[in-house]
Design a protein around this ligand. Structure first.
Ligand code: FES
Length: 154
């Protein structure tokens, strides 16, 4: 009964308040159409994003994740986005070694003036994740770890 065309991926977007969140807001006020599959989580700056949140998102049912903030040299806290990018490069390598499907994570820059870029990012991410299908493997592992008491609350 189910097919890939019916699959509606759940996407979590971790965005900075000053650029990408404002850009997403502009998308709405400009009445640009984009997929509604994305739940936005706003941070003061991408430099504050704990990349373990990405794993937690997958464990709790996300099929894909977007991380987006200010363009290089536009960060309101000077270099938060550079810290985030460096950590992301290291974290991506670790995730890849762990077997996490890094095609499910999009890292991008979207400014407050780039409403159409935000719409494209969301639409492209939803299309890519839809093609990959649900991230059931990761969620099964997370459920097993939780059942065995390996979750972070233990
Ligand atoms: Fe946007 Fe730092 S304030 S990335």
């Amino acid at each position: 009964m189910s097919s890939s065309t019916e699959f509606e991926p759940k996407i979590i977007a971790f965005v900075c308040n000053w650029c990408t969140y404002a850009g997403a807001d502009l998308t709405g006020t400009s009445r640009l159409k984009y997929a509604t599959n994305v739940k936005i989580v706003r941070f003061p700056c991408t430099g504050r994003i704990d990349f373990l949140l990405l794993l937690k998102s997958f464990a709790q049912g996300a099929d894909g994740v977007i991380v987006s903030g200010c363009h290089p040299n536009d960060c309101h806290y000077t270099s938060g986005n550079f810290h985030a990018r460096r950590r992301w490069i290291a974290f991506r390598t670790v995730l890849d070694l762990m077997g996490v499907d890094i095609r499910r994570i999009q890292y991008s820059w979207v400014s407050a003036a780039e409403g159409s870029k935000w719409a494209d990012l969301v639409n492209n991410t939803v299309a890519d994740i839809r093609a990959l299908g649900p991230y059931a493997e990761y969620q099964k592992v997370a459920e097993y770890l939780e059942k065995e008491g390996f979750d972070e609350e233990a």
